[in-house]
Design a protein. Structure first.
Length: 234
């Protein structure tokens, strides 16, 4: 019996040792590696509080740049076009035709007043790099300057790396203005309409384009766009 008991004790001891090694992964290497992975994951979640814009896809970055409803002036709290984005160039590439070259994502959203007398339409295009965005902006400038029967280039507030503002010759769009803003690899366009007249549209454009330009700058600085026009009166 003593031999049997001793054999059992030895077997139990070996079993405990094998189990211990299995849990530690031989000399604790597995646990160390696992612990290192956990620490790394925890750090990535907590460093800086939240992930920056650089970690998002191009389509998600486009959506983040576009202003959500709660950042709009009180007078423009009716959704005209639902906020959305997609990982491709704009579906309509005319006016100007070169705006789609090098584009990797596009997003848009539109808001209006309750009586539909005022409206603001936002569009953003993400390009593969800043050079592609610069070429597209040049195409916009050429379109605006060489199509005087359709649009008229106007003096507007400067924004981003470059900006352009123009109005329309068509009687149905006399109270509508368009601002094009290039910021690094992004081009944001803003259409503002105000039935009160061209002067009112200019005033609205000045305020709304300033906030939009800030959101574009924040995106290029790897910050989540937070600039708001909720305090603006239009």
């Amino acid at each position: 019996m003593r031999f049997t008991t001793g054999g059992t004790a030895r077997a139990v001891g070996v079993g405990v040792l094998v189990l211990s090694l299995a849990l530690t992964g031989c000399d604790g290497k597995k646990d160390k590696k696992r612990g290192k992975h956990k620490a790394s994951s925890s750090h990535s979640r907590t460093a800086g509080g939240t992930a920056g814009m650089g970690s998002l896809s191009a389509a998600r970055r486009a959506e983040a740049i576009l202003p959500p409803l709660d950042t709009m002036p009180a007078a423009l709290r009716h959704v005209g076009t639902e906020l959305h984005s997609r990982a491709k160039a704009p579906s309509v590439c005319k006016d100007p035709g070169g705006k789609c070259k090098g584009a990797v994502a596009n997003g848009r959203v539109g808001y209006r007043s309750g009586d539909k007398a005022e409206g603001a339409g936002y569009d953003v295009i993400v390009y593969k790099n800043a050079r592609a965005a610069e070429r597209a902006f040049t195409a916009w400038q050429s379109y605006a300057q060489n199509n005087k029967h359709e649009v008229t280039v106007l003096q507007g507030p400067p924004h981003g790396d470059a900006s352009l503002m123009y109005g329309y010759e068509s009687p149905s769009r006399t109270n509508t203005l368009t601002m094009v803003i290039r910021q690094d690899q992004y081009i944001g366009t803003l259409d503002v309409r105000d039935a009160s007249g061209a002067l009112a549209a200019r005033t609205d454009m000045k305020a709304l384009s300033e906030v939009y330009a800030k959101r574009l700058v924040q995106a290029t600085q790897d910050e989540t766009p937070s600039a708001t026009a909720a305090h603006v009166k239009v």
